[in-house]
Design a protein around this ligand. Structure first.
Ligand SMILES: *Cc1c(COP(=O)(O)O)cnc(C)c1O
Length: 367
């Protein structure tokens, strides 16, 4: 057998340790997982009822086109239903975009360091990856613009950027779209947009109306708290959405996910509350990191990246020992940086206590 040449070298995704693993291995009873940007407040209470109502229909295929959910979402966002497509998480939308647009020889531009799925899926399609380094944790949109050639098919902009948490503003994204040639699909991955409390975050729908080559990706996994149900969506030009629909699997979202998403969209109060608490958590953690003399990146999602000036892997182990799963990744090429999901007030306070202790155990790297 001969797999695709561009797949042979790909690593298999290694999930982080589960809470159960860590409890067992370290003999801990309480573990706080602040490594995957999950919602510490769970999900809207309306979701339970919506899921229960679907139980009798488990044996029936879901509505592949997610007609009802599409209508609810389109109405809410003020877009047309033919501008919307759902995926098994926005991860699947990324996969579908790569599958629909990229062939070997195409170029695709992304930041380094950013969300790894753009590169992963582009590699599977055999596209040439052009990586443009972040500047102080932030997308270098000018550099990305200069990297565009007539072979460029897709530019990926993760906003806020995972893992650094930084944001590019409305004016910056608009200037980019204005200058980018119309043959380039510009993907705005806005997985954390609902956490925004600034007035400079892109007014995405204005941009989508003006630039048919722009598309926004969103998810129910983060502020909506539905990560395990796997549902996300894209909003874009009807023609681009149609193209993505052509490669979509017939039943790619479940009836539970669809029902839960509808229920979530009908609970603005839950979302507003999560947004407010998250913003307060960012202010608290930034203050604490400053007190500890650590440089944190500006944070616009539900996570914050901080330079601990020590080997991140050692700080990670020290935090694990103290019952906190945080995130560090050698692939980031940021060996002294950790990413922490904003937890509840109580979790954040305990986290800082654990971090102070963990930092005291690990020697500083002198630069
Ligand atoms: C979490 C995340 C996603 C994907 O989430 P799904 O669970 O697949 O919807 C996409 N992009 C970024 C930047 C993320 O952080």
């Amino acid at each position: 057998m001969q797999p695709k040449q561009n797949v042979v070298h790909l690593p298999v995704y290694k999930p982080g340790k589960s809470t159960a693993d860590v409890k067992r291995e370290l003999g801990l009873t309480e573990i706080t997982k602040l490594s995957s940007n999950e919602n510490p407040y769970g999900y809207s209470p309306k979701v339970k009822e919506a899921i229960a109502a679907e139980m009798d229909s488990i044996s029936l295929y879901p509505d592949g086109a997610a007609v009802e959910l599409t209508k609810v979402l389109a109405d809410k966002l003020g877009v047309e239903t033919n501008q919307v497509i759902f995926g098994m998480g926005s991860d699947e939308i990324i996969l579908m975009i790569a599958r629909a647009f990229l062939v070997p020889g195409d170029e695709t531009i992304m930041a380094t360091t950013t969300f790894p799925q753009y590169k992963h899926n582009a590699e599977i399609e055999g596209a040439t990856i052009i990586e443009v380094p972040l500047i102080d944790g932030k997308h270098d949109l000018d550099g990305m613009l200069q990297a565009i050639t007539d072979k460029t098919k897709i530019v990926w902009i993760c906003n806020p950027n995972n893992p650094t948490g930084t944001m590019v503003t409305h004016d910056e994204v608009e200037a980019f779209l204005k200058a980018a040639p119309s043959h380039v699909l510009v993907v705005l991955d806005e997985a954390y947009c609902e956490y925004n409390v600034t007035d400079v975050y892109p007014r995405t729908f204005e941009l989508l109306a003006a630039y048919k080559n722009a598309i926004s990706l969103r998810t129910f996994s983060k502020i909506y708290g539905l990560a395990s149900l796997r549902i996300g969506y894209a909003i874009g030009d009807p023609e681009v959405v149609h193209t993505i629909n052509q490669v979509r699997e017939p039943f790619n979202t479940t009836r539970f996910a669809q029902a839960a998403a509808i229920a979530s969209l009908n609970d603005d109060e839950f979302i507003a509350d999560c947004r407010e608490k998250n913003a307060a958590g960012i202010v608290y953690l930034q203050g604490e990191f400053a007190r500890l003399g650590l440089k944190a990146y500006p944070a616009f999602g539900n996570f914050i990246m901080v330079d601990v000036e020590r080997p991140a892997v050692d700080v990670f182990q020290g935090m694990l020992k103290r019952g906190f799963i945080i995130r560090q990744d050698p692939e980031w090429k940021m060996p002294t940086c950790i990413r922490i999901t904003i937890g509840s007030k109580e979790q954040n306070e305990k986290l800082i206590g654990a971090l102070e202790a963990a930092l005291a155990d690990v020697a500083l790297i002198t630069k």
